[in-house]
Design a binder for this molecule. Structure first.
Ligand code: ZN
Ligand code: ZN
Length: 273
């Protein structure tokens, strides 16, 4: 594989540090990777630093989690100017909203007789933005539920008594956030959101690519999204969504794109710059 363009590090919810990801990518003989942490660019400088002097190219990236109607839509941003103050401001607000949401959920759980500590949840999350999986793990560790799955099914899923909705960013706003930071907005794993009817509107807003190659995309989906790319002049991207060994995602480089796709991405970037 030439390039893996969808990778998470400890800057968000991955288990490998940016330096370890670079090391692994070199071991797997990848030529290009992109670090695409959720709502943060904190790992990028570290990844760029440790790739310096090697043959590995690191494309600065981000994955912005948004909501549309009753589904989550993730928008990737490639070649993002992570020094952009405006971008950092938006991402900071998004992460802060997560902290507030977590605190509210812990409060709700307390009312239900489940007493977990915010500090405990924070500790589990490490430097990653706190989220429901971390709350679920604290519930398991305190013996309130027997598994993370149970915690979600009984308390933390939408509609369950411990659930608090997120402050929503919609995918159109995410596209303009990425545009303003001079990045290339790409629709992540469209096969997961099953909302293809949204694609033309996203393209109209400025979407420039679609993640065609993704672990959970079967051959039929791949063909379908290739067709969308041709029809709407979108660049094809792909990657593993790697979150670290043993997290259920494929190993780095097992899904990705060839050199031509990366060159297309670069070409678009040269037009933006
Ligand atoms: Zn995603
Ligand atoms: Zn991801």
């Amino acid at each position: 594989m030439y390039a893996d363009l969808h990778i998470h590090s400890t800057a968000s919810d991955g288990t490998l540090m940016p330096e370890e990801i670079v090391e692994l990518a070199l071991k797997k003989n990848l030529s290009v990777i992109s670090l695409t942490d959720h709502d943060t660019t904190d790992g990028i400088a570290r990844a760029l630093n440790s790739a310096r002097g090697t043959n590995l190219e690191v494309i600065p990236g981000v994955e912005i989690n948004t909501d549309w109607e009753d589904t989550e839509v993730h928008i990737l941003g490639y070649y993002i100017d992570y020094h952009s103050q405006q971008l950092q401001q938006v991402l900071h607000e998004m992460r802060h909203a997560r902290d507030l949401r977590a605190a509210k959920m812990i409060e709700k759980l307390k009312e239900l007789g489940i007493s977990i500590d915010y500090e405990h949840v924070k500790k589990i999350a490490g430097r990653a933005p706190v989220g429901r999986p971390h709350i679920a793990r604290a519930m398991v560790e305190c013996g309130y539920v027997s598994s993370i799955k149970d915690a979600f099914e009984a308390y933390l899923e939408r509609g369950k008594p411990g659930y608090v909705p997120r402050t929503k960013m919609d995918p159109f706003t995410a596209i303009s956030v990425i545009e303003k930071a001079n990045g290339i907005p790409v629709l992540a794993h469209p096969g997961l959101m099953e909302r293809d009817s949204l694609i033309p509107a996203l393209v109209k807003k400025g979407l420039l690519g679609i993640e065609v190659f993704y672990p959970l995309h079967d051959q039929e989906m791949i063909e379908k999204y290739k067709w969308y790319c041709r029809k709407y002049a979108q660049v094809m991207t792909g990657g593993t969504d790697h979150h670290g060994p043993g997290t259920g995602y494929p190993m780095l480089g097992e899904v990705g794109v060839d050199q031509k796709s990366v060159e297309n991405l670069k070409f678009i970037y040269s037009l933006l710059a």
